[in-house]
Design a protein around this ligand. Structure first.
Ligand SMILES: [Fe+2]
Length: 206
């Protein structure tokens, strides 16, 4: 799939600018104020395996409202000019990528390439971005604890800091290369019904 460099470089820059905002500005988009469960989550608000996660983050497009309209909960345009457009452009690219991947799965299963198209429409896309603060010296917490995602795919764009590990074979954790020119493609719980439990392939962004 051809990628225009613009959406992901803009998204990375916007990610940094968002988390650099003062806490009260970030909290103006708090997830607690959103009917569709979109918005900012303060550090320490979530848990993995009953242990507090230290990361802070933002859900962008997590759920639909009762009338099936997704409501974004973005910062004020004057606080972060271009945020909404950048996120929507990037999200549209990822949705295209998801459909392209479903075509590949269909062909791999010997089905017509459009087999999953109507079954995945409209797609449920749970977009989020995360910031991992410096890890406190003495804590049982992680940035985020070991977990699996429950969707079909996770497309993961990292910065160049690294730290992500994946259990590719049971009991063996591998540190993943932090490469800003790759999108990691991870298959999760839904996809695991179709094949191997977890596989990871770096995908070049062209
Ligand atoms: Fe996850």
């Amino acid at each position: 799939m051809e990628w225009n460099n613009q959406p992901w470089t803009c998204f990375t820059a916007m990610h940094r600018r968002f988390f650099a905002l003062p806490l009260e500005k970030k909290n103006s988009t708090s997830i607690n104020k959103s009917p569709s469960f979109n918005g900012y989550i303060e550090s320490g608000s979530e848990k993995s395996n009953n242990v507090v996660d230290t990361r802070e983050g933002m859900y962008l497009g997590r759920k639909y409202s009762h009338d099936k309209v997704m409501i974004d909960n973005f910062p004020d345009e004057s606080d972060l000019p271009g945020f909404a457009e950048t996120v929507r452009t990037y999200r549209a690219q990822l949705i295209k990528l998801g459909f392209a991947m479903m075509k590949a799965v269909a062909v791999g299963l010997g089905l017509p390439d459009n087999y999953f198209e109507d079954k995945c429409s409209p797609p449920i896309n749970l977009m989020s971005f995360w910031h991992y603060p410096l890890h406190p010296a003495e804590t049982d917490s992680w940035g985020v604890g070991p977990h699996t995602d429950y969707g079909m795919w996770t497309f993961l764009l990292q910065d160049d800091v690294g730290g992500l590990e994946a259990e590719i074979t049971e009991g063996k954790w591998n540190r993943l290369e932090a490469n800003t020119r790759h999108i990691l493609w991870l298959t999760w719980e839904t996809a695991s019904r179709l094949g191997p439990k977890v596989c990871i392939e770096p995908q070049d962004i062209v």
